[in-house]
Design a protein. Structure first.
Lengths: 351, 351
DNA sequence: GTTAGCACTCTAAACAGATGAGTGCTAACA
DNA sequence: TGTTAGCACTCATCTGTTTAGAGTGCTAAC
């Protein structure tokens, strides 16, 4: 069986109507809705075909049809490109006084959730490819050092750690100088054994302490919870009856609260960098069981300086894919390198 | 009407049975449950009295009775002290490698939620009374300074801020020295205009920069979101049918996600330091409308060094007050100054 | 003061039609 | 050959009714 243009139109109409109403859509509705000017009987014949092809199903006899995962997949892959709707301006994208990427992302999650009416998640960037900008060791207590690390994007990390040997103030000063000279501009990934050896040698008598320091630096850069995930708008799922059925809602909210699965989900999307970076997962395609009634659209953002992470929007299968993809696309465009600018403005306001 | 001992026993029995089952409890049940060996008819008479006193109600005619807010209040205030049950050991209180109070509290929230089966929230400590331990200014970019502030408890805060004047390395060094000398051991609250003037004078030519720096320090100490609130176990509310009724659940989860109301709620509790610091809010007593079907038990923790905040446990009105209060009491005992010890261990493991 | 007995109330569950949306099929039509 | 009108059929949903059971309040007896 082949999907001719008329069938495609009908499928699109079903998907779009179901998206709005959440109710199975019948042949009469389609007959009136489309500009095909066909009777409901004809539509019925076509719908029978579409059902045979596995693109739509009836929840029960004598009910209208709803799209299957396969139907959505077809829709997303082929039909959406055609009539790309102009995306409404994103409101409330007021990002004020942000001197930390984390806050920026949190705000972004909130704004996206408010704009789309779906749940959103954003993973914090991984800092492995981010360049070191500044390292500062200071003594806090006797035997306790504070390491402050600033990386590109003015992201600040710090740890307190113990050192075995005592250091004089002068030694600390020269160690600081040494570290900054040797490491400045390098990313964590680029710091290899050779460089470490180099620094140890240069540190002379206190070479032993270097590895301790570098460990602490690595520790500081690695975000606290391995990878941070910010979620927002979890309660939006209550807006969709098919999701707020007790068990589903519970599992979903749990998943969103837990955030562990989410990181996993998004990370897997990060690897395959196909297309324009926006990916759509529909129902069973998702690796997380709790989400089998959902669709997730993910995108990879790049704040510049190697700060890359991803954004996911979680909604019912009947989510407005066009709007979501469009919004995400738009946000990505805005985000692309935009952080630095915002940062600059933010800092100016702050003083 | 007076509440004699028998009535009290019956009220207690009703509350405890309702706590377990969540169903209105009838006279027969009480008759069998208590050791009063009274017939259901007698119990009925007593229950009619209790109802008249406003301590219990029938959801509808021909249903059993459930406690009112007033009934719970009486129970919590008077009857709980008597037979304080021995609290089960708190499991999973594994606090590993924590060098930040924030993480510690997050873990604590999780553990409490898992142990009680209620939702929990913990507010981060306010640092206004915490003593400054160490301040470090460093130049990151031209015209951009990084201020790192360490307070008691090894809590580290930082900001990047712009300065108008250029500073030489020597000037920066002496400014650092000056700040540490003048401010060490003081809390934010203790830094008054006199001290600021003092420092400005001592800074000489660069006196103007001092206020900028102090602003930044204050900014750094103030936690990012004014006051941080960590929540956990929000989905536990689905375990209680009377809360998971669509609208209530939605509002509640929203409230927990939003966290703003929570801070308010807990903050108000912080002021009145009555009793042993543990307070119980029942239903309408709560200032947050979304929580009118809930009870909240709050406690104030003190990690030492002025780091004080509070823990709240949110559950249905029929929550196990004894267990919750007991658990909270226990956690408070463990927490009392325990953070420092944990911190020390954590740091040792880390190196 | 306590208890047994009984009539009464009200909820929840179970059941039975009635309704109507929607289908599939067939036959007629262009 | 594709399209349409008509019709019988299905089934979820709604509505009203019945039934069972839990629990009460009251009264009268102990």
């Amino acid at each position: 069986m082949e999907l001719d243009e008329r069938k495609a139109k009908i499928l699109t109409a079903i998907i779009q109507n179901y998206q709005e109403t959440g109710e199975p859509v019948g042949s009469r509705t389609i007959s009136k809705l489309t500009d095909l000017s066909l009777s409901s009987a004809t539509i019925r014949n076509e719908m029978a075909d579409l059902e045979e092809m596995g693109l739509i199903v009836q929840p029960h006899t004598s009910a209208g049809r709803i799209p299957t995962d396969k139907g959505y997949r077809l829709y997303v892959d082929q039909m959406m490109a055609d009539n790309r709707r102009e995306v409404a301006e994103i409101k409330d994208l007021v990002v004020e006084r942000v001197d930390r990427v984390e806050l920026y992302l949190k705000q972004m999650a909130k704004v996206l959730a408010a704009n789309t009416n779906y749940a959103t998640m954003i993973t914090g960037p991984s800092y492995h490819d981010t360049k070191l900008k500044f390292i500062q060791l200071s003594r806090v207590d006797a035997g306790k050092l504070l390491a402050v690390v600033v990386v590109e994007g003015n992201v600040i990390r710090n740890t307190i750690f113990d050192v075995d040997e005592g250091l004089t103030d002068e030694e600390l000063l020269s160690l600081n100088l040494l570290l900054n000279t040797k490491l400045n501009g390098l990313s964590m990934r680029e710091i290899n054994l050779g460089i470490i050896k180099d620094i140890e040698a240069a540190a002379g008598a206190h070479g032993a302490i270097v590895s301790q320091v570098l460990d602490a630096v690595a520790d500081a850069i690695r975000t606290d919870d391995d990878m941070q995930v910010y979620t927002s708008g979890a309660t939006n799922i209550f807006k969709y009856p098919e999701l707020s059925g007790s068990q589903t809602a519970q599992d979903l909210i749990s998943t969103l609260e837990d955030k562990k699965d989410l990181g996993e989900l998004v990370r897997s999307g990060l690897k395959e960098e196909a297309g324009e970076g926006i990916q759509v997962y529909i129902g069973e395609e998702l690796p997380v069981a709790a989400m089998k009634d959902c669709s997730v659209v993910t995108a990879t953002y790049d704040l510049g300086d190697g700060m890359r992470g991803s954004i996911g929007i979680i909604g019912p299968k009947r989510m407005d894919y066009q709007k979501v993809v469009g919004t995400l696309q738009k946000v990505m465009d805005q985000l692309d390198g935009a952080y630095k600018k915002t940062l600059a403005i933010g800092n100016k306001e702050q003083t």
